[in-house]
Design a protein around this ligand. Structure first.
Ligand code: ZN
Length: 402
C-alpha cells in the first residue's frame, strides 16, 4: 500500500511535468487592476486568496494559462459600451505589462505555436481571453482590435443577457431566444479573425445557435456537467454531444458550486453578507481598506470554514464526459481568481492533484496529454484554419456598419 502510494506520487510528478499543461480560464487580470499585484511575485492563497502567479505556475508545472479580461455587465447604453471598451483595453494593457515584467519566466502567446515556443525556452505561456462580449458593445470593429491585441478567445456573455445572446443565468430569462441577429454577425467576425468562441455562461439555446452558426469548433472555457451538478451554468448531455460532434471541447471548471451541490452553511452565508454590506463595492475600496477586507474575509473562513468539492468530484465530471463522447473533447479551465478552487486544489501549485486522480483511475499518459492541452490546441488550430480561409468569403463577412 505504502509502496503504491509512493509510486503513484512519482508517476504523478513524472507525467505532470512531461505533458503540456494548459489552463483555459483564470480571472487574474482583475487583480492587476485593483491591487498592487505583481505577477512575478509569489503570493499565498491562504493569506490573500490569490491563486495564480508565475512562480507558482512554475512550482505547479503549469505550462500555459489563458487569463481572462473580465468585463462585468453594465447598462447597455453608449456610456456603458464606452466604459466596457475602456475597461477591456485597460485589462489587456495591464496583463501585457505584467507578463513583460516577468519576461525571464513568462511570455505572451497568441497561437498554438507560441505556446510550444514558450515551453521550449522554459517559459510559461500567457494567453488572453475576453470574458463577456459586452466588452465590444455594438461595435464589430472591436473584434478586429481585440484580434490585433492578441486575444485568443471571447466568452460571448456573462451572467446576464447582452446584445449578442442570452445568458444561462439572467434572472429576467431569455431576451433573444438564443443568439441575436447581431450575435450571428459577431460569430462570423470571430471566425473571420480566428478568435475562438467560448460558450461558457451562454444559455442552452444560445449554445445550440452558436454551434450551428460557427464555422469553427467552439470551446466551453470553464463549464461542468449538469447531469452531475444541476446548475444552469453547466452543460447537459445533449449539449456535450453537440459540442463534441462539432469538434469542440469542454474545459471542466474548479468552481465548487458547479462541481457538487453541497449543503449550505447559513452562519457563513450571514457573515459574508454582513461583510459585504459593511464594506460596499470592492472596486471602490482603498488599498488599505481592501487589506482589511481580506483579513476579515479570512477570519470568516477560519470561523466558518467553506465546504468545497474535491478533485475526486471534479474527475467524476471528466469520467462522465469521457463515457459520453470520449477523451478528445475534454480539458481543464480552473476559473482561479474568479471563484475557482477545490478543497484539495486551491491554487495553481496543486493542479497535479488532478493528474494524480486521473492516473489513479487508470487514465493513460496519452489520455492525460489530450486532456491537459492537446484537445484545446486542436480547437485553437481549427479556429485559425477557418480564419485563414476567409478570403473566399469576404463578401459573406461584409457587415452593416450603420
Ligand atoms: Zn466565468
Amino acid at each position: 500500500m505504502g509502496n503504491n502510494t509512493a509510486s503513484l506520487t512519482e508517476r504523478t510528478a513524472e507525467v505532470h511535468q512531461y505533458v503540456l499543461t494548459i489552463d483555459s480560464h483564470a480571472d487574474t487580470p482583475l487583480r492587476f487592476i485593483h491591487d498592487n499585484y505583481n505577477f512575478c511575485d509569489r503570493h499565498q492563497v491562504e493569506t490573500d486568496g490569490s491563486c495564480v502567479d508565475v512562480p507558482r505556475m512554475r512550482e505547479g508545472h503549469l505550462d500555459a494559462i489563458f487569463l481572462a479580461a473580465f468585463i462585468s455587465q453594465r447598462e447597455r447604453s453608449p456610456e456603458g459600451y464606452r466604459w466596457a471598451r475602456e475597461r477591456v483595453l485597460t485589462l489587456i494593457d495591464r496583463t501585457l505589462f505584467q507578463v513583460n515584467q516577468c519576461s525571464t519566466m513568462a511570455s505572451f502567446a497568441t497561437s498554438p505555436d507560441d505556446i510550444f515556443e514558450s515551453v521550449k525556452t522554459n517559459k510559461h505561456a500567457v494567453l488572453l481571453g475576453v470574458e463577456n462580449g459586452f466588452a465590444i458593445g455594438r461595435d464589430l470593429e472591436m473584434i478586429r482590435e481585440l484580434s490585433r491585441l492578441g486575444v485568443s478567445y471571447m466568452t460571448l456573455c456573462h451572467t446576464k443577457n447582452n446584445d449578442i445572446c442570452d445568458s444561462s443565468t439572467d434572472p429576467e430569462g431569455p431576451e433573444h431566444g438564443g443568439l441575436s441577429e447581431y450575435g450571428r454577425r459577431v460569430v462570423k467576425e470571430l471566425n473571420r479573425t480566428g478568435i475562438m468562441i467560448d460558450v461558457s455562461h451562454v444559455s442552452d439555446q444560445s449554445f445550440y445557435d452558436v454551434v450551428e452558426e460557427s464555422r469553427a469548433p467552439v470551446i466551453a472555457s470553464h463549464s461542468c456537467v449538469r447531469a452531475l451538478c444541476d446548475h444552469p451554468r453547466n452543460m447537459n448531455d445533449l449539449m456535450i454531444e453537440t459540442l463534441a460532434d462539432a469538434g469542440g471541447v469542454i474545459q471542466v471548471c474548479l468552481l465548487s458550486a458547479y462541481v457538487k451541490t453541497l449543503p449550505g452553511n447559513p452562519d457563513r452565508q450571514k457573515a459574508l453578507e454582513d461583510l459585504r454590506k459593511s464594506y460596499g463595492e470592492y472596486g471602490e475600496m482603498s488599498e488599505t481598506l481592501k487589506r482589511q477586507y481580506h483579513q476579515d474575509r479570512l477570519e470568516i473562513d477560519r470561523t466558518f470554514p467553506p465546504r468545497r468539492a474535491t478533485v475526486s468530484d471534479l474527475v467524476d465530471h471528466i469520467d462522465h464526459i469521457v463515457d459520453l463522447v470520449g477523451i478528445d473533447y475534454v480539458g481543464i479551465g480552473s476559473d482561479f481568481d474568479g471563484g475557482g478552487g477545490l478543497a484539495d486544489c486551491r491554487d495553481v501549485r496543486q493542479l497535479s492533484n488532478i493528474t494524480r486522480e486521473l492516473l489513479k483511475r487508470g487514465y493513460s499518459d496519452r489520455d492525460i496529454q489530450k486532456l491537459w492541452g492537446e484537445n484545446l490546441l486542436r480547437v485553437f488550430r481549427q479556429a485559425r484554419h477557418v480564419a485563414s480561409e476567409r478570403f473566399y468569403t469576404s463578401l459573406e463577412f461584409e457587415y452593416d456598419r450603420r
